[in-house]
Design a protein around this ligand. Structure first.
Ligand code: G3P
Length: 198
């Protein structure tokens, strides 16, 4: 299982990247906003520090706006994965961006049906939000089980399952047992795992 860091904090990235456990980074507009510099500057710096995929999210909600922002983000560095929301426009932008050779992370996935659509749109990553489902009294890990089972049935689906909204170590262990490709973890969870898995 790969681990991505779910943060835009350059100090956290710098310190945790040295562990050798970090395979990529995911950011979102709220994580970027906490840092106090421009999106472009932060993303550029992260991409210099990390060789693996770095997700940077569009804020537009219309197709042409997503395409414009997505192409701009992808121009910042070769390892950018453009993050788009799981909406009709997001899926159309996913299809178009991936056809141009750009990695796309389709985020805010809350159902297996949505994950099928993202795979059909050629998504590089699908991000199901398991903690948010747990918050609603549903079983987030069950969604990962469903998506992994479905994707395994169709070898032409190349989309990697990127477990997001991870709240605890149990989420990592249970989704690793199922065979999820990646978990994106807040720095706090990575640090906790040193203490509880030793
Ligand atoms: O990976 C998605 C994350 O940034 C949101 O997580 O804990 O706010 O649901 P959370």
């Amino acid at each position: 299982m790969k681990f991505f860091l779910d943060t835009a904090d350059l100090n956290e990235i710098e310190s945790l990247i040295q562990t050798g456990f970090i395979d990529g980074i995911t950011t979102n507009p709220s994580l970027i906003a906490k840092q106090g510099s421009s999106m472009q500057e932060i993303i550029k710096n992260i991409c210099k520090m990390v060789h693996g995929p770095v997700s940077a999210e569009v804020t537009a909600t219309d197709f042409s706006g997503m395409m414009k922002e997505g192409k701009y983000l992808a121009s910042i560095a070769k390892n950018i994965a453009v993050k788009v929301p799981l909406t009709n426009n997001g899926l159309m932008a996913c299809k178009e961006l991936t056809s141009q050779g750009i990695m796309v992370n389709v985020t805010l996935c809350f159902s297996a049906g949505q994950a099928i659509l993202a795979a059909k749109a050629g998504a590089t990553f699908i991000s199901p939000f398991i903690g948010r489902l747990d918050d609603l009294g549903e079983d987030g890990v069950k969604l990962i089980q469903d998506i992994v089972t479905i994707y395994n049935n169709y070898p032409n689906f190349k989309t990697q399952v990127l477990v997001a909204s991870v709240r605890n170590i149990e989420h990592i262990i249970r989704t690793a047992k199922i065979g999820a490709d990646i978990a994106t973890l807040p720095p706090k969870i990575i640090k906790e795992s040193y203490i509880t898995t030793a």
